[in-house]
Structures are given as C-alpha cells and as structure tokens.
Design a binder for this molecule. Structure first.
Ligand code: DP6
Length: 344
C-alpha cells in the first residue's frame, strides 16, 4: 500500500468569488484574492492510499463514509489519473493510475459553517493525490474543480485566482502574489458567531445570484479595479487601502446576497454589531486599524496588524462576552501566520 498524508489550511477571501460562468468546470465570473492561514490553525488533514487489493474508490470525512460518486470528486479523480498516466506512461509496471483510491479526511473546525471547509478539504485532497501519484506542475486548476475557492489554498501567502477567459478553463488557476514572509505583521482573527451549518450553501447561493441579481452584473465591472488596487496595497504593505477595499468588497458581496431573489442573508445581528464595532474602533483610533470580512456565514474574519491584536482582542472580549445573551461569540485562531499545504 502507498499512502500520503498532508494538511492544507483555510483561506480567507478579501475579494470574494461569487458566481460561476461554467458549473461543471467551476469557472468564476470574477477573479478573487485571499490569504492562506497557517498550518496550525483552521486546516484539513487528509490521508490518501492506493493498493492493488482495493476494489473501489472510498472516502471518509470526519469518520463518516461519504459517497465518491459526485461530479466534483469524479472530476478530480479523472484529472489526477489522467496526469499520472501521462507522466508515467502506460509502461509503468505498478499502473498506479488504475488502482482504486481510499481517502480519509478530517477538519479541525466546523464543516460547512462558512469557514471555508471545502476550500481546505479539496486543496488538501488534490495536494495529497498529486504527491501520491507523482503529479507535479500546476495543480490549483484541479483543486478548482473540487471547489472554486480551494484553488487558492494550494499556495501560501496572498493568492489570486485569475478567472481566465478560455472555455476549457486552462487559464483559470491560482497564483501567489506575495509569499508568507512578505507581510509577517498581518494577522487574521476569527470571531465565531455560530458554528451551525449554513442554511444556503455557497454553491446554491451563487447560482441563484447569477440567475437574478442585477447587482452582480455591476460587480463584475468593479472587481478588476479592486484586484489591481488591493494587489498594489499588499505589495506596498499599505494597510489602510487594503482594509478599505476588503470591507467594501465584503459589503458588496452581502448586498448581492440580499439582491438575490429570494434573498440570502448570511450575516446576523451579531455580525452587524461587529461591523459597527470595527468602524467605531477605527474612528476612535484616527486611522484604519482593523478590516472585517464575512463569507457565506455569520462569522467575522478580522484582518489587523500584530501590534493591535492585544487591544482588539480585549475590546472584543469586553463588548462580546462569550455566552452573554446567548451570542456565544468566541475568538479563535490567534495570531495567524500565513502558510501553505504541506506533507506530513
Ligand atoms: C463566499 O468555493 O465554497 O467563500 O465553487 O461552489 O464550491 P464552490 O463554492 P465555494 O465558494 C466560496 C465563496 C466565498 C467567497 C470566497 O471564498 O471567495
């Protein structure tokens, strides 16, 4: 039996991916950008194995068996095996590419609670399979076919997912824009408002937005300029510009969710209180020190510099005491360095 175990961290988007132009290949309607968290924070851990005695492909997620007969898993398997066969050639005695695969994966955080579990999960799966089958070169386009945002977790640091223009998706992959060490003072603070499963999954939510949100059409025109400006801000470590674009993009994404019919609301009253808290903290500080961003769920991700971490944590604990009024807000994952998948 040949086995490989890897871990891959979650990534937190500052320019959101929301909407596909091709559902099967998972090609987006706009480019997006995120930071990948550290290995020891929110991450997926996956072991993959092949053995000539295995009779079928099988998968377990958090100790429960899951079907591998989904279009996404099948697309990932097909692409990995195709590249392995191409690399090794049909003369390969082990014929590893025709052996059945067993997968065992676990997350160290709640699955499907808007904490990008599918991103870490598929990035980890594809990274592990690539190691197992000796597939090298670009693999973020394979992760993309598992879950769009997963392609960004293949790299560490700040990562861009270029939407591409080709119909076959060959130019739609992730690219690192700065490595993990570029902005070591940058931290991400995750405020867990709820770890319940979200009511509308991202896949379904974005499908409806593409079908009927007029605001989404407008957003597609806005994103390219934001991508250019935030990339420049990251390269120049201009926190103010970075933070402003991040918050505006999160707000626009949630405005699109409300513009979708029927409307989707991921943010709760507590999420909105956090938005107000961040703006009033920045106002009182006389400069932008914290940026919030919310994915498809109520949990807040705050971007801030390490020097402000202590003060922000104590204020969060003061204004949002855990368990008070049933809010159950807790701070998690501090501080977060920026890393990429790795083999164990
Ligand atoms: C709100 O990558 O989960 O987190 O491609 O359908 O699997 P699928 O969607 P997914 O969507 C993530 C959307 C988001 C924004 C982002 O991470 O860019």
């Amino acid at each position: 039996m040949k086995t490989v175990t890897c871990t891959a961290p979650v990534n937190i988007a500052v320019i959101k991916y929301w909407g596909k132009r091709d559902e099967n290949l998972i090609l987006p309607v706009n480019s997006s950008l995120s930071a990948t968290l550290g290995q020891n924070e929110l991450r997926a851990k996956t072991t993959v194995a092949v053995d000539p005695s295995f009779t079928e492909d099988k998968m377990w997620l958090n100790d429960k068996e899951q079907s591998v007969n989904t279009q996404r898993i099948q697309n990932v398997f097909r692409e990995i095996r195709r590249r392995a066969r191409k690399r090794k050639g049909d003369g390969d005695k082990s014929k590893i590419f025709s052996q059945k695969i067993h997968i065992c994966s676990e997350n160290n955080f709640p699955t499907a609670a808007g904490l990008a579990s599918s991103a870490a999960g598929y990035a980890c799966l594809v990274y592990s399979l690539a190691k197992l089958f000796d597939v090298d070169g670009e693999i973020s386009d394979i992760a993309r076919q598992g879950s769009g945002s997963a392609c960004r977790s293949i790299y560490g640091g700040f990562v861009e997912w270029q939407m591409g223009t080709k119909a076959d998706g060959s130019d739609s992959f992730a690219k690192q824009i700065t490595p993990a060490q570029h902005w070591p003072e940058m931290c991400i603070l995750i405020l867990v408002v709820s770890d319940q499963k979200k009511h509308t999954g991202s896949t379904e939510g974005m499908q409806t937005s593409v079908q009927n949100s007029r605001l989404l059409e407008k957003r597609i025109e806005v994103v390219p300029e934001r991508m250019t400006n935030i990339t420049k801000a990251i390269k120049e470590k201009d926190f103010h510009t970075f933070a402003e674009i991040t918050m505006k993009d999160s707000n626009q994404f949630h405005a699109i969710c409300l513009d979708t019919y029927p409307p989707i609301s991921y943010m709760t009253d507590v999420s909105r209180q956090i938005v107000r808290f961040v703006h009033s903290f920045n106002n009182h500080s006389g400069e932008t020190k914290v940026a919030y961003t919310f994915d498809a769920g109520p949990n807040a991700c705050l971007y801030l510099l390490e020097k402000d971490l202590g003060r922000v944590i104590s204020l969060v604990n003061h204004f949002f005491p855990a368990q008070d009024n049933g809010l159950n807000l807790k701070v998690q994952g501090l501080p977060v360095s920026i890393d990429k998948p790795s083999q164990k």
